[in-house]
Design a protein around this ligand. Structure first.
Ligand code: GTP
Length: 366
């Protein structure tokens, strides 16, 4: 049976920067066939328009599909499943599917829909990426334009509309496999670091929290998380169930809409290139794959490495040992015999700028 096609779910409040992040990803897809599904709930398909008109090479119009309006729980059979099937039945199936949940305050119902038998054998949720507006969260507003978010979620039948944004935010964080603290350009260094720390504490173990400006993240960091989120929904609790009646939580936050934060600094493009770095570490054969995987996991933890991948040569084994690490999770398996390439261990390390390359090289070579 062919491998399941990975699908990444991108969530976050209106204005957090989901579309910007997806645009950046499509612009840097490097030949990877990415299909995009947009759930423009109760909206005018504005995002679809923007993305279709993006003029990005390799981004064909038929690669963008839109889900019709309506509560995902109720329309899953009529809309979401057929859309997915259409995508999967194409002659050339996409390499990766990205779903932008524009109109959904919470991603859980969508992720759950991947368990439907019609599609569950063919696609899997590679990971849930929660994009947050770093500036707004720091200020306790959670979204740039609180009034617009309120208006949008008033149309979301999934939610009890009294729920404070802070709680919806907590649910988005609980569902995340990766949290992107976007609009880092509007935050000071210390402010950004504090927010990253806080979100690390508030999210599940192993969730990566990454700063970004204009959603500029390497494809290798964003995609290929390999989580299978639909299979562990219990861990991604959501407080607000479908048409649920929640206790009467009211927060006393004075949602001050009058902040004027439109003085955005547009010099951030200059920093895109310095935000992340990657390098290759090579070493001779390793002796023990299990010990080496543990060693890799330790290095990843100690140095806050986002991704590490490559292969190892194992003493006495003709096969290459493929290694893939997303955060502290290290997967390894023997994939094929070495061919003409050198019989050595070769690992690509990816992280936010400022990695201690010398120390990492030493630790991986020990
Ligand atoms: N200063 C700053 N502005 C940003 C950044 N990322 C996005 N923006 C701006 O924030 C606004 C909202 O970004 P979008 O990408 O449309 O947000 P979204 O989450 O897709 O919003 P919806 O699709 O409407 O739910 C746009 O004006 C972006 O240009 C960033 O990192 N820094």
């Amino acid at each position: 049976m062919p491998a399941k096609i990975p699908a990444t779910v991108v969530t976050g409040f209106l204005g957090a920067g989901k579309t910007t992040l997806i645009r950046h990803m499509l612009e840097n897809a490097n030949g990877k066939r990415i299909a995009l599904i947009i759930n423009e709930f109760g909206d005018l398909g504005v995002d679809g328009g923007i993305l279709k008109g993006c003029g990005i090479e390799g981004c064909a119009e038929e690669d963008v599909m839109e889900l019709s309006n309506g509560c995902i729980c109720c329309t899953v059979a009529d809309d979401f499943i057929p859309t997915m099937q259409k995508l999967l039945d194409r002659e050339t199936a996409p390499d990766h599917i990205v779903i932008e949940t524009s109109g959904l305050a919470l991603p859980q119902p969508l992720v759950r829909a991947f368990n439907w038998p019609e599609i569950s054998t063919r696609v899997t949720v590679d990971g849930v990426v929660t994009v947050v507006d770093g500036k707004a969260v720091t200020e306790g507003r959670f979204a740039h334009d609180v009034a617009a978010v309120d208006a949008q979620r008033a149309r979301d039948e999934n939610l009890d509309h009294e729920t404070p944004l802070s709680e919806l935010f907590a649910d988005q964080v609980a569902c995340a496999d990766m949290i992107v603290v976007n609009k880092a350009d509007l935050l000071g260094e210390a402010e950004a670091a504090d927010l990253v720390e806080k979100l690390r504490r508030d999210s599940r173990d192993g969730v990566q929290v990454i700063k970004a400006t204009m959603g500029a993240l390497p494809l290798d960091v964003l995609l290929g998380q390999g989580v299978g989120a639909e299979t562990d929904m219990e861990a991604r609790h959501e407080i607000h169930h479908h048409h649920g009646h929640d206790d009467d939580h009211h927060d006393d936050h004075d949602h001050d809409h009058d902040h004027d934060h439109d003085d955005h600094d547009h010099h951030h493009h200059d920093h895109d290139h310095d935000a992340f770095e990657s390098f290759v570490v090579t070493r001779p054969e390793i002796a023990d794959p299990t010990r080496f995987a543990a060693q890799v996991a330790e290095v990843i933890r100690a140095h806050d490495i986002l991704r590490l991948k490559g292969f190892a040569a194992v003493e006495g084994k003709p096969m290459r040992l493929t290694l893939q690490a997303v955060g502290p999770r290290v997967d390894s398996y023997f994939d094929r015999p070495f061919g003409t390439e050198a019989r050595e261990t070769r690992l690509v390390v990816i992280g936010q700028a400022g990695l201690d390359r010398a120390a990492i090289e030493r630790a991986l070579s020990a």
